[in-house]
Structures are given as C-alpha cells and as structure tokens.
Design a protein. Sequence first.
Length: 465
Amino acid sequence: MINIDGNDVEAIRRALTEAKAEKEKPTLIIGNTVMGRGALAADCTSFECQVSTHGQPLSAAGADFAQTVKNLGGDPENPFVIFPEAEKLYAARREQLKEIVSAKKAKQEEWAKANPELVEKKRKWFAGELPSIDWSAIQQKPNSATRAASANVLGEPARQVENMVVASADLSNSDKTDGFLKYTKAFEKNDFSGAFLQAGVSEFTMACLSIGMSLHGGVIPACGTFFVFSDYMKPAIRVVALMSVPVIFIWTHDAFRVGEDGPTHQPVEHEAQIRLLEKLQNHHGKNSMLVLRPADGDETTVAWKMAMENSATPTGLILSRQNVNNLPASGSRSEEALNAEKGAYIVQDDENYDVILLASGSEVATLVEGAELLRADGVKVRIVSVPSEGLFRAQSLAYQEDVLPKGKRKFGLTAGLPVTLEGLVGADGVVWGMTSFGFSAPYTVLDEKLGFNGKNVYEQVKKLL
C-alpha cells in the first residue's frame, strides 16, 4: 500500500513506478486529494472542499473561472496554453515511446519468424475464430437439469477451445461449470497453465475480470453463479451490454424451485430485469444482450452453440437446478431444438388448434403435461418454446406471425414475473407467473402450491377458453 498526495504529479509518477516494480502481489495506491483543488470564488476566497463542487461545473457551483485559472498559474484570456515544461516533458516522452515501440516491434518480428504456427494461432484467437465443434455429436442424458446439460456441453470447448477461460464464484460443483474444470485445472499463484478461475464469493469482481479478458482480446471468457446473485453483477452487466463485449454469463438455480434455500436465493424478478437488455439496443442497433433460457438438454446444447458463436454482444444462459423432462419430438429432438436459434418455435401443433401455450425453460415441459389433459378434454393446442423473446423479435414479421398469430388465444407460463411473457401474449390471453417472492419448501411442494403443474395449466386454459 502506497499513500501519496494525489494532487502531486511527481508523487503519482513515483507511486506508479514503484507499483510496476512489484511482481508478487497487488499494489494499492491511495491518493489523498482535495476536491476543487485551487478553485477560488469571485472574491478570491478558497473554494476547495465545497460539497457543491460534486456533480456540477465549478462555475455553476459558485467558483469563479478567471480567479481559479489565475490561481493555478494560467491566463484566463488563453486558458488552454501549453506550458513550456509540459511541452518539453511530452516531447521527451514521445521520443522515448518511439524507441520503446521500435524495440517491441523488432522483438515481435523476431518471435514471428521463429514461431509461424503460434503466429497463426494468435491471429485466430484475436480474430475470434472458433475451431469446428460438432454440436450435433453431443449426447444429452434424458430428463436432466439444464445446468447438468450445460456441464455436459462445456466438456467440448474445454477440450477444443484452447483460449477459453471459465470462472465461477466458488460454486463450480453447483453451477456445474465443473464440466469445464474436469478437463483443465484452476489458476494458482504463478501457475496459469490451467483455464479455470475460482473467483471466490465475489460475483461483481468475477464479472469485471471476465469483461477485462474479453476486452484484452484473444480470450473467450465465461463466468458462472446462481441466477439470484446476478444482482451483484448488474453494474458490470449493464456496462458490458453497452460496450457490446461478448462475455458469457452462466446463471443456474433459475427460479423459485431453489426451494429449501429459501426466498433469498430464489430469483423471481431477475429474468424480467435481465431480459430488458434484449429490448434495449446498443449503439450498433442490435439487441444489447442475448438471453437464453433453454427448455431441455437439447435446447441447452443449442443455447451454448449460440453463445459461443455470438461475438457481437454478451450472452446470458439461464439454467435450471431441478431435472426437466425432455420435450417431445416428431423426429430427432436434437435437430428440432436447432429451431431455438430463432428465439421461439413450435414444439407441438394440433391441426386447427384452439389455444397456444408458450413458455421458456422448465415451464415448457409443464405445458406439455397440461396439454395432455387438455387434449383428453377435446382441446387442441399448439406449444411454443421461447428461449429468447429478443431473438424472436429479430425474426421476420412473417415468421413471428406464423408462430404466434395475432388473435389466437394464448396462455403463458413463467416461473418469473408475468411481465416476462406479457409482451408475447398481449390481449389474446393470460400469463400465469409469480407475483410474490418464493417460499421455503422442496420444489415439488412449491410447484404444487404455486400452480406450476399440468393440472393448473389445464384449469387456467379452460377458464381462458
């Protein structure tokens, strides 16, 4: 730790030199500064340390521009003059930098001649080129939690993507990022031969480190924790969405079904908050984030495929703690799950259907249970999985109308706030969701009590019709 006068340029320079010389541990520089240093009021009294200097221009706060510039050694008539000593300093530094850059380029050229294969590898890494991954070859265990399916997928990039780094908030055995860890090892002091960062119970720091790695380039970072702890990451998530940086966030334990951990660990409003970034465009005119909540193991594979291929924005993967039944398929489920790349798609479709049932994540399987009861009662249904509304809205209007036609009765089911699906259901129906915090109980009990089962889907749709 180095304490300095933060208004002393020479002290700052000495501190930075000392800090860069330290090779074994972090350095904290504390610069003790004076707010409004050198500022004067019109009557030449000091305006330093005034609360009003925070959050507004000095002139608006009450300081006098001309008196302040004079006090700091400048000319109010020519306030932007470059002092001779500053000009001399930067001229000398310019020559130093020319020498430094020239030496570095010569060293790089020498290395490049001796290591052509590494040069090509470096080029691919910094260009964001991925090795060819056969996603269709990944076999998922039936009826698994999507966090477990995610662990299964992570084994492929762990073996094939050398420049991927995965981090976890010391929850790798629970957020299932250990699917990556088992093929590598965690970073240790002075040993970066692995590709996994046990970040500690520090979600915000972990998110910032991941953003930094992505901004540096050449690295594909992903970081995992429980979805409820995305609260700690929100400032970093917002900034990375604004900056269009492709960090992958892995969020597990996605709903009130965390159960025994109690309502403090049960995300309810979180999905709605994160999905707002799908509706907010970045400065390139694109959705500022890709948010995917897969409905089963095969959709999880597709979600990871999209996340790895998304180099334009951050991606959030929202995954279940509990096991989820595989969705039905008329042919190959893994092939049909590829339709998730459109954000929403038809899972089941009865001819001349009476109602559309739509959901994301584990609630889609619940809709399938309810559909069986409805069909037994003569009701014809269409079931739609919506892993990403933002991606769905990016499709053609013709496709959107084909999947969710206006005027057709719709029933939405979400383990989060109803607003998560209300934009898709609109005035054509209702959404059954959570309107309170969760409760402490096994998830099977909570599903029963809160109406997240096939029986309640049947009852609510019958009311709607």
